[in-house]
Design a protein around this ligand. Structure first.
Ligand code: MRU
Length: 357
């Protein structure tokens, strides 16, 4: 697929002149700042603080983080190198618990090293870097395929509602939930997008609205509590979101507030689509109840930026994600095809490439 847009969506992660470059997403939309983490600790911090965020992007960043950890290794043997790699991988897993792409990418780099037919430490370092680059490039191709596969579900619609940011900024490029929107735009069909602002960290307002606006795609920003009104007025004909982890039964963990949207979509007889790559599925978990949900700092809720908006010392509950039960999910759009219920049966079939849709 060739995407030709007025503004090609930016890639938020690249390897350039021997350095990892990340768009610092905490500075958007005010400033477009590129940061260059030099150590695994700096990459851990970038992930933890959401400078890089979104499930696939977190996985890519973690893979590069592993390279930063071992780039200057003085390991005297392959065993020592692999143990340093394992230590760095374990450390990176402590940055954010919910998006399984992070764990998947780390495992993938470790496996590439374990399978390498060499004991030469310099060659093993190269393998780590090459695997990180491959994960990045494959993610871009995966997002394109999600765009291609999802487009037929949306092409007759006027507008969709999305939540958080599952766009180009959350992936290597093009996004997951926004990939079909970009795909259709490249074919001359401009679908309108209603973007939930996404409290408390405003990924919808700061990132989704920004990137769609940059790309010349019509986007309307709403606060989260306006979604029901938008649906009841018939302003959107579907909801499409990304995912951080999908269990074997099709339960979907995504940004807090997604579950509420799914319930609202059902009430308004609107399809509720989830777009995600195969790397977001965790078939080791039977249901969404087993998905670890990150809880973040209370200050994200009690403050708006640096300004307090609640009484000091108030109790706060701040889960970053919720789980949408599979019964609300109309279909899951993946790079391998569209998965429809019953998910328990159809997820493995589609992911293994037996696409019967
Ligand atoms: O906390 P964030 O900003 O990392 O949360 C991101 C989301 O919930 C996205 O919807 C999800 O990771 C899918 S990104 C393609």
């Amino acid at each position: 697929m060739v995407i030709l847009l007025p503004y090609e969506p930016l890639s938020p992660i690249r390897w350039h002149n021997g350095q990892v470059e990340l768009i610092d997403q905490t500075r958007l939309p005010g400033e477009l700042v590129v940061i260059r983490p030099r150590t695994v600790e700096e990459m851990w911090d970038a992930i933890k603080r959401l400078k890089v965020r979104g499930a696939p992007a977190i996985g890519i960043a973690a893979a590069f983080g592993l390279y930063l950890a071992v780039r200057d290794s003085r390991a005297a043997s392959r065993a020592e190198f692999e143990s340093e790699l394992k230590k760095a991988a374990n450390y990176l897993t402590t940055s954010r618990p919910t998006a399984v792409n992070l764990f998947w990418a780390l495992r993938r780099v470790e496996a590439a090293v374990a399978d390498a037919p060499t004991d030469n430490v310099a060659a093993l370092k190269e393998i780590v870097l090459r695997e990180a680059l491959t994960i990045r490039d494959e993610d871009e191709a995966t997002c394109r395929a999600i765009g291609h596969n999802g487009a037929p579900l949306l092409e007759e619609l006027e507008a969709v509602l999305t939540h958080c940011n599952a766009g180009t900024l959350a992936t290597a490029r093009y996004g997951t939930a926004l990939a079909p929107v970009y795909y259709l735009a490249s074919r001359g069909k401009l679908l309108k997008v209603f973007a939930d602002e996404t409290r408390p960290l405003l990924q919808g307002a700061r990132l989704t609205a920004w990137e769609l606006h940059q790309a010349g795609i019509p986007v309307t920003l709403i606060t989260d509590n306006m979604a029901a009104a938008v649906m009841s007025k018939g302003l959107v004909q579907a909801v499409i979101v990304g995912a951080d982890r999908i269990a074997a039964n099709g339960d979907v963990a995504n940004k807090i507030g997604t579950y509420g949207l799914a319930v609202l979509a059902k009430e308004h007889c609107l399809p509720f689509y989830v777009a995600a790559p195969a790397s977001t599925f965790d078939l080791s978990l039977k249901s969404g109840e087993e998905i670890p949900i990150e809880e973040r700092d209370a200050a994200e809720v009690t403050h708006f930026g640096l300004k307090p908006i609640a009484p000091a010392g108030i109790d706060v509950f701040n889960p970053a994600f919720d789980v949408t039960p599979n019964r609300y999910v109309t279909a899951i759009i993946t790079e391998k095809g569209i998965i429809r219920p019953p998910y328990q049966e159809n997820i493995p079939r589609v992911l293994q490439g037996i696409n019967f849709n």
